[in-house]
Design a binder for this molecule. Structure first.
Ligand SMILES: [Zn+2]
Length: 335
């Protein structure tokens, strides 16, 4: 990736588009509108209220427009499509498909898995930045519980999109979990880097060592508490990209405890820096199923500018704000 601070002088830099709230009308994620979603998969109901009614703190429902679908649904869809003469097979949706007659270069298979939505609050908030600290703790705990519930699949990806430019299609703040039948390539590469570093250093954690050095240098360190550190990563791909790293190596985010308080502080820092609630992309990288040596991290990126053809063509990102400058700005905004 390229750091190109001169390009930040361009006139349209970082006039973050305001995003108008549509409000709670017809919002399927608001308390009292439970009938507008499919039946809930899970909910945090401290008062013991029955499912699919009010009384919850967080609520999990299947995504109505899933990117990954359960095997039984895929089988049913395959049956229908086979009857209609289409490509999927009812017999074994993973292996048998009339598409398997195509050459290997066009290989495909059904996307078997789960795509869950975790509604972060019964209140109509458009950002986790609008949650009180105790509410954010409850939401992050729900993310973890749901990841554990899907841990039978090879990889569980937690994401959060907030704001119309982030990919969010519904305004009410919600996280999503994609549990997939494969380990995505980026995660597999990261696991390999952890493994090879561990072998070379007789057992050290790559991200643990990176964090130790970041704390020693301090110029990309934004904040630190007893559990986690917040840094702007070396070679950040995006302006004001931030990473929350547990101070003691933990393979799985979902089995850890920390991070919610620092996440709240990070978003408050962006809010102070830009004078408004930032649009956000957030994701967690955690150990795939069966992997012991990993070090989870939570990454968040304020949505400031879309990529251009250069990034699409080359895979090389151009970042106009160095992580050192971003960290300095965030430290000041958070103080
Ligand atoms: Zn709502």
């Amino acid at each position: 990736m390229l750091i190109a601070p001169g390009r930040a002088q361009r006139p349209d830099q970082f006039e973050m588009d305001g995003w108008m709230s549509h409000g709670p009308d017809d919002c399927p994620f608001c308390e009292g509108k439970e009938g507008m979603t499919p039946p809930e998969l899970d909910a945090d109901r401290p008062d013991g209220s029955p499912p699919d009614g009010p009384g919850w703190k967080t609520r999990v429902v299947p995504n109505l427009y899933p990117a990954l679908i359960p095997a039984e649904d895929a089988e049913a869809a395959g049956k229908a499509e086979t009857e209609a003469g289409a490509f999927a097979s009812a017999a074994d949706p993973l292996l048998a498909s009339s598409r398997s007659a195509e050459p290997d270069m066009f290989a495909s298979r059904p996307a078997i898995g789960h795509h869950d939505v975790i509604v972060n609050s019964p209140r109509h908030v458009s950002s986790i930045g609008q949650l009180y600290p105790a509410e954010l703790e409850v939401a992050v705990a729900a993310w973890r519980r749901r990841m554990i519930a899907r841990a039978d699949l090879p990889y569980v990806q937690l994401i959060l999109n907030e704001g119309p430019d982030s990919g969010a299609s519904l305004e009410h703040s919600h996280a999503q979990i994609g549990a997939s039948p494969f380990v995505p390539a980026a995660i597999a590469r990261e696991r390999e880097r952890f493994n090879s570093y561990r072998e070379r250093t007789a057992g050290a954690s790559l991200l643990g060592e990176v964090l130790r050095e970041e704390i020693r240098r301090g110029d990309r360190l934004v904040a630190i508490d007893d559990e986690v550190a917040l840094i702007c990563p070396w070679a950040s791909r995006f302006p004001y990209e931030m990473r929350i790293i547990p101070r003691r190596p933990e393979a799985r985010f979902e089995e850890g405890q920390g991070g919610a308080a620092m996440l709240g502080r990070a978003i408050a820092g962006l809010n102070a820096l830009f004078g408004q609630q930032p649009q956000l992309n957030l994701w967690v990288k955690t150990a795939p199923r069966g992997v012991e040596h990993f070090h989870w991290h939570l990454d968040l990126v304020p949505r400031l500018e879309p990529g251009s053809s250069f990034e699409m063509a080359t895979g090389v990102d151009i970042n106009v704000i160095s992580p050192e400058k971003a960290a300095a700005g965030l430290r000041e905004a958070m103080s």
